[in-house]
Structure formats: structure tokens, C-alpha cells
Design a protein around this ligand. Structure first.
Ligand code: NAD
Length: 240
């Protein structure tokens, strides 16, 4: 919802000031930190958008107490991503905190929101348009976005990214980069978060491959015409 508001604020009268008041975990801990404001099109995720900076962000974690479990899990998938790509020292926190029923008190969620905000801020401070170093936040998003689109809303953004991270981990393992233990850590954290690791009903590999052809990271990551660029890890916490 925040991205629609941000995009409309950028378009109205060629740009008006706006303030984000996020109410979901993904919005509070992740998307409002990004200056990207975009909406999806039938051909791909986030294809119509621009950059527009909010004047302020006011996040009240009391909102999260009414957020449905599926959407708490969705936000936590992005937090798992941050830990796998950048903050492996927080793996013990996640293994002791994540639970499949998504039962969390407000204090724990506030801690998670703060961690998400700080991680993204640190990486974006020198890459505000997320074209260089901050592209690591796209981990799991190449296949994840294709799954999300092909599911027509049956899977949340975070659940789709989780499946995309599993694909990225398996690819990296197949290339002899990620060890079996590092790959298995992806499965463990995503299982603990209560996300089913299985191909979603109604999608086919062919449909996903078709969507991957128009992935919006083309042009940011180097790739030949017949290649699909994506972020991989060579070990936990170390992007390729
Ligand atoms: N711009 C970025 O950098 C960035 C980063 C991450 C994700 N995203 C985008 O964000 C989107 C997902 O964000 P989202 O999960 O906030 O989507 P959303 O705004 O659609 O919220 C998800 C659902 O939760 C409900 N909801 C929200 N707050 C609630 C509350 N406090 N209590 C009860 N229900 C509540 C909403 O009505 C909706 O049904 C994806 O489309 C993804 O692509 C963008």
C-alpha cells in the first residue's frame, strides 16, 4: 500500500510531500526505507515506478498486533534474507525466536523492525537508488518475484522471496559455492518461520521462466541476452 501512496505522491502536481505511516511488518522494517515507489504490471513486479523520498516515517509497532500471521511471516522472510546476506551473527536470534505459528509479542517485533531498518539504512547510505551495493537486498527476489506474479496473490511477497532464496541457495550449491550446511540453513530458517517450501499450486516452471525474461534487474546486473542475472551467495553473509 505504501508504494501506491508514494507513487501517487510523486505524480500528483509533479510531486507533493508525503509521510509514510506503515502498518505491516514488511513496510515498517523494509519497504519504507527504500526510496523506490513502484506498482506491478501484468508483465512484471514493480515495472511502473519512480524514486520519491518521504518527509518522515512514523512507525507504531502496536499496529503489528492485528497483522495476520501470513503477513507477519512475509515480513520475517525479508528479515531472514537480511541475516543470510549480511548478518550471520543474528542466526542464533532467529533460530531461538522464529516460530511456525507466528506468535510474537510487541517488544520482539519492535526489535525486529529496528534491526530491519538499521540493516537497510547501512547498505543504502551510499547507494540510495539501490543500483550497486544495495542490490544485495534483491537476494531471492528474481525467482521470488516471478513466483509471486504467477501465483496471482496466493503467496505473499515474503513467502515468494523465501522460495526464491531456496532456488538461489540450490543454484549456488550446485555451482560448488554454498556448502550443504549453508544451503540447509536457508531451509531451517524458512521452515521455522512457518513457510511451506513447495512449488505453489497452479504455477509451472515454464510460466516462471517466461516471467523471468522481463525481470527488472536486467540492466543493473551484468548478463548476456540468454542469461538471467540474479544475486547469489558464495557463503552465508558473503554475496558473490
Ligand atoms: N519498495 C521497496 O523497496 C519494497 C520492499 C519490500 C517489499 N515491497 C513491496 O511491498 C509489498 C508488500 O507489502 P505489505 O505486506 O505491506 O503489503 P500490503 O500493504 O498489501 O499489506 C498486506 C496485507 O496486510 C493488511 N494489513 C496491513 N497492516 C495491517 C494491520 N496493522 N492489521 C491488519 N491487517 C493489516 C493489508 O490490508 C493487506 O491485506 C509487495 O508488493 C512488495 O513488492 C517493496
Amino acid at each position: 500500500m505504501g508504494n501506491i501512496a508514494g507513487l501517487l505522491a510523486a505524480l500528483l502536481f509533479r510531486g507533493i510531500r508525503f509521510v509514510h505511516i506503515p502498518t505491516s511488518l514488511i513496510a515498517m522494517s523494509d519497504s519504507v526505507i527504500s526510496l523506490k515507489q513502484a506498482v506491478n504490471m501484468p508483465q512484471g513486479k514493480n515495472l511502473m515506478g519512480c524514486f520519491h523520498t518521504p518527509e518522515a516515517v512514523f512507525a507504531d509497532t502496536a499496529f503489528l498486533m492485528t497483522l495476520p500471521p501470513q503477513h507477519l511471516r512475509s515480513g520475517l522472510c525479508e528479515i531472514i534474507k537480511n541475516v543470510l546476506i549480511l548478518e550471520t551473527e543474528n542466526i542464533p536470534f532467529l533460530t531461538s525466536t522464529l516460530n511456525t505459528k507466528a506468535h510474537y509479542d510487541e517488544q520482539t517485533l519492535a526489535h525486529i523492525v529496528q534491526a530491519g531498518v538499521l540493516t537497510k539504512q547501512k547498505a543504502m547510505v551510499n547507494d540510495k537508488r539501490e543500483r550497486h551495493h544495495a542490490l544485495i537486498f534483491e537476494y531471492g527476489h528474481t525467482v521470488g518475484h516471478a513466483i509471486e506474479l504467477s501465483c496471482n496473490g496466493r503467496l505473499t511477497h515474503g513467502e515468494s522471496v523465501a522460495l526464491g532464496m531456496i532456488v538461489a541457495a540450490e543454484i549456488s550449491h550446485a555451482f560448488g559455492l554454498l556448502t550443504s550446511e549453508a544451503r540447509d540453513m536457508h531451509y531451517r530458517l524458512i521452515h521455522l518461520n512457518g513457510v511451506d517450501i513447495k512449488a505453489p499450486v497452479g504455477t509451472t516452471p515454464e510460466a516462471i521462466m517466461q516471467i523471468l525474461q522481463s525481470d527488472n534487474k536486467r540492466g543493473y546486473l551484468h548478463a548476456k541476452p540468454n542469461e538471467i542475472p540474479m544475486i547469489l551467495l558464495k557463503e552465508l553473509g558473503v554475496p558473490l
